[in-house]
Design a binder for this molecule. Structure first.
Ligand code: CP
Ligand code: NVA
Length: 306
């Protein structure tokens, strides 16, 4: 695997291997207190056009724990596509660093970075997708359930970047993905058709009523109603998404073994109730920690020859 831009462009075999390496590196860190320095002397350039807590910290710490360096580049310093063309940034960073991780608004910038870079490019979130999140989520679910084949994830909320990556990731690990959202907020049909042609094993279903969507779910998932960059639509979205909150009453409609995930940051009282975030059925903070372990696996595969 050369880059990690979308789940659809990453094969089932590559995803399985990355998850296996992630599980192994997590086990090694927990049992030995440290990892082998498989990225000694290597540097990951980290470009953020949007805010971040988990992605920024997990990549920096992952690089450090594998013996390398995560170099943070402020968006105003780099000016990706403004101060300098993307293809120039890609080649300059390729000459000095061993990998590039970028969080961008326009997904096309990642595509262009990957086209021009001679080192691996990692999508740290774009308006289109968030594959690193989906990798950590599946790692978390495998720790909890073991094999995921035949399980169902109900995503209650916006058909956004996170939903898209999860829908495809579910297909890669044999899970059904049910999206429950108000009219007008589903994943665009033409995009879905294109992705499903690439990943025919995807089992995708739309279900407008959240109560129906969770009835057979093993996992309930949600994300913010207003993603970064959509702030101007916030008031309309809050109105449109009324009734699409994972709260106590909705959780009682799911099977008793069902667990809850949220990629964070969460807006308690909006897409998820405080009592659900804090309930024993929430795996949310294990999920957040797994961003570190999943990305270690990813870095080890992309940059460490694992
Ligand atoms: N879930 C996630 O990507 O968090 P950050 O935006 O804080 O990186
Ligand atoms: N959908 C959210 C995810 C944040 C991690 C956003 O893009 O802002």
């Amino acid at each position: 695997m050369n880059h990690f831009i979308t789940i659809a462009e990453t094969s089932t075999v590559e995803i399985r291997h990355t998850l296996d390496v992630s599980h192994a590196l997590k086990k090694q860190r927990k049992s030995d207190g440290h990892n082998s320095p498989i990225l000694a002397g290597q540097t990951l350039a980290m470009i953020f056009e949007k805010p971040s807590l988990r992605t920024r910290v997990s990549f920096a710490v992952a690089m450090q724990q594998l013996g390398g360096l995560g170099l943070l580049l402020r968006p105003d310093e780099v000016g990706l596509g403004t101060r300098e063309p993307v293809q120039d940034v890609a080649r300059v960073l390729s000459g000095m660093c061993n990998g590039i991780m970028a969080r961008v608004f326009e997904h096309q910038k990642l595509v262009d970075l990957a086209k021009w870079a001679t080192v691996p490019v990692i999508n740290g979130l774009s308006d289109y997708s968030h594959p690193c999140q989906a990798l950590a989520d599946v790692l978390t679910l495998e720790e909890h359930f073991g094999k995921l084949n035949g399980r169902t994830m109900a995503f209650i909320g916006d058909g956004n970047n996170v939903a898209r990556s999860l829908a495809v990731m579910c297909g890669r690990v044999g899970m059904r993905f049910v999206l429950s959202c108000p009219p007008g907020y589903a994943l665009p049909e033409d995009d879905l058709d294109r992705v499903m042609a690439q990943v025919p094993e995807m089992d995708f279903q739309l279900c407008q009523d959240p109560s129906d969507a969770v009835r057979e779910a093993d996992v309930l998932y949600t994300d913010v109603w207003t993603s970064m960059g959509q702030e101007a639509e916030d008031a309309k979205r809050v109105k449109d998404f009324a009734g699409y909150c994972i709260d106590g009453p909705l959780l009682t409609k799911a099977p008793r073994h069902a667990v809850v995930l949220h990629c964070l940051p969460a807006h308690r009282g909006m897409e998820i109730a405080d009592e659900v975030v804090e309930s024993p059925r929430s795996l949310i903070f294990a999920q957040a920690e797994n961003r570190l372990h999943a990305q270690k696996g990813l870095l080890a595969v992309l940059m460490g020859g694992q």
